[in-house]
Design a protein around this ligand. Structure first.
Ligand code: B12
Ligand code: SF4
Length: 485
């Protein structure tokens, strides 16, 4: 049998189920090479293990896509179940986490191989070798165990051009399950490039793709988008690219093409603050005219020292400037920030709150999301964190609780965590309510009254930076605990 089974394990707290693009990307060349591919998404099948075992039967291998955090926990359960049912079935893991830590991953008996970096070529070559009964040694990016059980680690493979791969298959998905009401009522996730030329200290991108960047040519992107609109009734795209805007020429051609083809699409993408500011005005307007309605920008911190420390190559003023530009264009700016960088985390809270107030003064609808700094494997600051006392999990499974909403670094304490939690989960959103909360505040009735009171209280606290005796926050936490959140 020439079948490969690909599995997307479950995630925690995923309000929208996005298309499993990493596995669709891997499936494309496999299918073109004549292999049958079954993609099982643990997020949409309940219970998922029996379905995965059924799909895996007789496969050449089972490939799992895994991100640091909760997904590792589910991937471990799945892999153990596969090994228990089919002891000889090769279990292969791919994705950022295992690309950075192949030795630790292969130390587990239930994982046979790791594919590092871009997986399209290695996954296809592996299927070919297994189908032909040939040894797997020497595949670029493939790490495996030799006959004595010793891990053989491949170097990091180079980033290859994307145009050699066939279109990302959406037909292998139950596509309606991935249609999200987001930037449009039928929003689909799509990727048009991989990699990023920048090297921010907290980001693993540098180690994953060595600051390389490859993108589908504009015509190819336009054909894919046309297909999604015409075949599946998609009316919006959320680009999954790490950095969609690296090539100005390509961005211009894609935007012009969307307009020329009359594609009625709204879209969202990630951009670096400085990149967007440096674009000529006509290009920014073209981006808006071609349907861009939301940009995700890493503001990271309101402290210039912190920005310098993390190598962000941007300023706090850039964040405010990009807010003014987006406001003029009618594009929603969604910012991410992080708390708990090494240095002066307490002072950073103040500075970031100042910045948030500056953003909200430009446009109340602009969103600012807060997370904790977490040293991800492969990020340049990972080593710095280890020097400062961070102890990374010693076993693969222990990474399952590692995410951006928890504190993992020893230089900030639980009191700091509580303060940041209440600011990002409660006071920041209530002080500057977004459209959803504003609607609740004006809907009428007792609840509206309570929301309005909360808004007044939060706005006062943020303005005066006074978070002593946070009664309302404690009530919210109590209620959340009661509802099992
Ligand atoms: C969309 C997305 C999500 C979605 C995932 C939904 C989905 N269906 O994919 C959501 C929003 C849920 C999400 C969540 C998180 N994410 Co995220 N996410 C992304 C994003 C923007 C796009 C992923 C994507 O589709 N890429 C396109 C595909 C084609 O590329 P790819 O994923 O890299 O896959 C390639 C290779 O990795 C490899 N590969 C991957 N899987 C497999 C499997 C096999 C078998 C093989 C052979 C190869 C292979 O081959 C693929 C093709 O080249 C990436 C950034 C990026 N642009 O990649 C971050 C990214 C993957 N996320 C990241 C992080 C940190 C997270 C969180 C852990 C953050 C957090 N909250 O703590 C959470 C984890 C979720 C949880 N709490 O359980 C990091 C790194 C992850 C890591 N270390 O594992 C990334 C790289 C962002 C960054 N630059 O820091 N994320
Ligand atoms: S944070 Fe964004 S800009 Fe910085 S290296 Fe990562 S992907 Fe690139």
């Amino acid at each position: 049998m020439n079948k490969v089974t690909l599995v997307f394990p479950r995630l925690r707290r995923e309000s929208n189920v996005w298309a499993p693009l990493p596995l669709q990307a891997v499936a494309a060349p496999l299918m073109a090479a004549g292999f049958e591919v079954e993609l099982v998404d643990g997020r949409i099948i309940h219970p998922h293990i029996p379905r995965i075992l059924e799909a895996a039967r007789g496969s050449l291998y089972v490939g799992l896509s895994v991100m640091t955090g909760y997904q590792i926990g589910d991937a471990v359960i799945i892999s153990r179940a596969i090994k228990a049912a089919y002891p000889d079935m090769p279990v292969v893991w791919g994705g950022y986490h295992v690309s950075m830590l192949p030795e630790q991953t292969l130390a587990e008996s239930y994982i046979d191989m790791v594919i590092r970096g871009q997986g399209q070529l290695a996954a296809t070559e592996l299927a070919g070798r297994l189908a032909a009964g040939e040894p797997v040694a020497g595949i670029d990016g493939l790490c495996y165990k030799d006959e004595s059980g010793q891990a053989v680690i491949s170097g990091h493979p180079r980033l290859v051009e994307l145009d050699q791969f066939p279109p990302t298959p959406y037909g292998i998905l139950d596509i309606e399950k991935y249609m999200v009401n987001d930037v449009g009522t039928r929003t689909m996730k799509y990727f048009s490039s991989q990699g990023c030329p920048f090297g921010c200290g907290f980001c693993a991108e540098t180690s994953m793709y060595g600051r390389g960047w490859v993108g589908f040519p504009a015509e190819r992107v336009l054909d894919d988008l046309t297909g999604l609109v015409e075949k599946h009734g998609v009316n919006a795209i959320d680009f999954a690219d790490t950095n969609f805007f690296v090539s100005k020429k390509r961005v211009r051609a894609i935007c012009e093409g969307i307009i020329e083809r009359g594609l009625d699409l709204k879209w969202a993408a990630d951009v670096r603050t400085r990149q967007f500011i440096d674009f000529p005005e006509d290009l920014r307007q073209l981006i808006r005219d071609a349907g861009c309605r939301r940009l995700l920008l890493g503001a990271e911190s309101g402290s210039q020292e912190a920005l310098q420390h993390i190598g962000k190559q941007t300023t706090v003023e850039d964040t405010l400037e990009v807010s003014r530009i987006c406001n003029r264009l009618g594009i929603i700016a969604r910012f991410t920030t992080m708390f708990g960088f090494p240095g002066e985390p307490e002072k950073d809270i103040e500075a970031t709150l100042d910045m948030v107030e500056g953003i909200k003064a430009i446009n109340e609808d602009f969103e600012v999301h807060g997370f904790f700094f977490a040293p991800y494997p492969g990020a340049p600051m990972y080593q710095e964190a280890v020097r400062l006392g961070f102890r990374p999990p010693a076993r693969l499974e222990d990474w399952k609780d590692f995410d951006l909403t928890e504190l993992h670094t020893p230089w900030v304490n639980p009191v700091y965590k509580e303060k940041v939690d209440m600011i990002i989960d409660f006071y920041m959103p209530f002080a500057s309510p977004g459209p959803e909360l504003r609607q609740k505040m004006t809907a009428g009735g007792l609840k509206s009254l309570a929301y309005r009171a909360m808004h007044k209280e939060a706005a006062w606290r943020v303005r005066h930076r006074d978070f002593r005796l946070p009664l309302e926050w404690r009530v919210k936490k109590l209620r959340a605990r009661r509802h099992g959140q």
